[in-house]
Design a protein around this ligand. Sequence first.
Ligand code: SAM
Length: 281
Amino acid sequence: MERPLKSILNEHGLILKKAYGQNFLTDTVLLDQIVENAGVTDNDVVLEIGCGAGALTKALAKKAKKVVGYEIDQRLKPVLKETLADFSNVEIVFGDIMKQNLSDVENKLGGQYIMVANLPYYITTPIIMQFIENAKNIKAMVIMVQEEVAYRLAAKESTSDYGAITVAINLRGSAEVIMRVPREKFTPAPNVDSAVVKIIFEKDKFKDVNLTAVRDVVRCGFSSRRKMLVNNLMNTYKISRTDAENALNNSGLKTTVRGENLTAEDYVLLSKNLPRKGDKK
Ligand code: SAM
């Protein structure tokens, strides 16, 4: 018989910290669904960020080969010890995930892995960007985020939700909103509903492409959203209108496009066609 979360927290004298985004899930059916939708099998190593009282960690441990979890709040040590007592395939590291060196984290995981997290709201974007830009062995990311953020991550081009983060994801793979989770499912309930997003990483999606240079063009594309891209390119790259228009035309794009109209593929092509310092006129 599962002990209710409130009784466990009371026993350990724990008051949840808003600053750490401590809104915990308790519904075991929902947690099992998240793990099911994440596609975790007994061959998978899972990285969980923010284990809380361990409800999701436990659901993951039942299915995965191994779970490595990071939790910033040391006060949760005795709680996690109790929740995860029956599992020998879980390792919890107490520390701030933002202060870890990602290659050290990946070395600990040992190979390919799935990242699963009910993310604390205050670091949602930095965590996603860190893994999207720098993770080497990640296969998939299954993250619970605020619902409006979820729709931004999985947005289609030329919509108001589409942004630099959407393109960043599409440079590594693709994102899909897989579940809505109403606020009442959390303890305590936050002010917003949430959704689970699954990001599948495609190995070498853009092989031999300088993604750092492409990301700079993406940043430029969204720097003044209302402006036409040609103007942003002229300002950022200090190039003439003709050079900017040629780069767009050579990439199969109209000179009137805005940054939000371009797919990740368009950005890759545009980055190749932009004149760089030292190019002969
Ligand atoms: N996984 C649990 C669940 O689903 O019920 C808890 C999720 S709760 C939204 C987020 C958790 O992340 C909290 O336990 C919080 O203490 C932890 N956390 C917040 N910031 C963190 C950080 N920088 N590094 C690691 N864990 C963090």
